[in-house]
Design a protein around this ligand. Sequence first.
Ligand code: CO
Length: 294
Amino acid sequence: MNTSLLTLPASPVVVRPRTVERLVVGTPTSDGAGVKLTRVLTPDLQRRLDPFLMLDAFGTDNPDDYIAGFPDHPHRGFETVTLMLEGRMRHRDSAGHEGLLGPGGVQWMTAGRGVIHSELPEQHEGRMEGFQLWLNLPARDKMRPAWYRDIPAAEIPEATTPDGATVRVIAGASHGVAGAMQRETTEPLILDLRLSPGAPFAQPLPAAHNAFVYVYRGGVAIEGTAVPVQRMAILANTPGSDGVVLAAGADGARALLIAGRPLNEPIAQYGPFVMNTHEEIFQAVRDFQSGRLA
Ligand code: CO
């Protein structure tokens, strides 16, 4: 028998928690070949939430809303992180990667200099629910080779606090648990939280990192501000603040907590291309049209 003391990971102490700067309601839209989704992080928030460029939420029981999927389309200059809650999507790309994204799984794709891929549902009925987050790349990495990783649910590290909070650590670190992914420059923190009714959850955050919470079940309170379901709370970058404290409402909550170090570089976007200058965007379009993107 191992006689060493068993210790629970110490709860991180947050002394000066951030407040909610504003609540955001997503915009219903469609993308790909007609997939219905809600754009939570819209282009007007790209500077405020640098290095994050987009967050889409999708969730439907109606196959008509997702069946056409996202046929072949290009990307350049950033990374996509797809979190699946329910349903199955098959990914194929021009670099020869193929993978099946299933419930609880995450796909991390670095488009870099270019990739052409498809994301198609591998089901004809049932529920499809999840998120796609776009994470910018620093200028010096935008033209690096494409990269891809499938992370099945079982490979995503998890921590459970004595307070009744379970955190799936997709990127960064939380409660002493290193996440499935780490990125140097933007230091993304991507947490998928499941909180019992009334449970608190504290997470240290550097004050300069941009951060937001998206609630997808139940509701939370952050320093006295109620954040209802399907709302994004942008967290204030209050100087001297050291983190965020959430408390679940009476129904508990499921939420994403996302933070990262801003790049503070120019953002030039044209659809699936995100570069620093218009000239680089024109080049991406020319490369795509002439078959030299990927
Ligand atoms: Co795509």
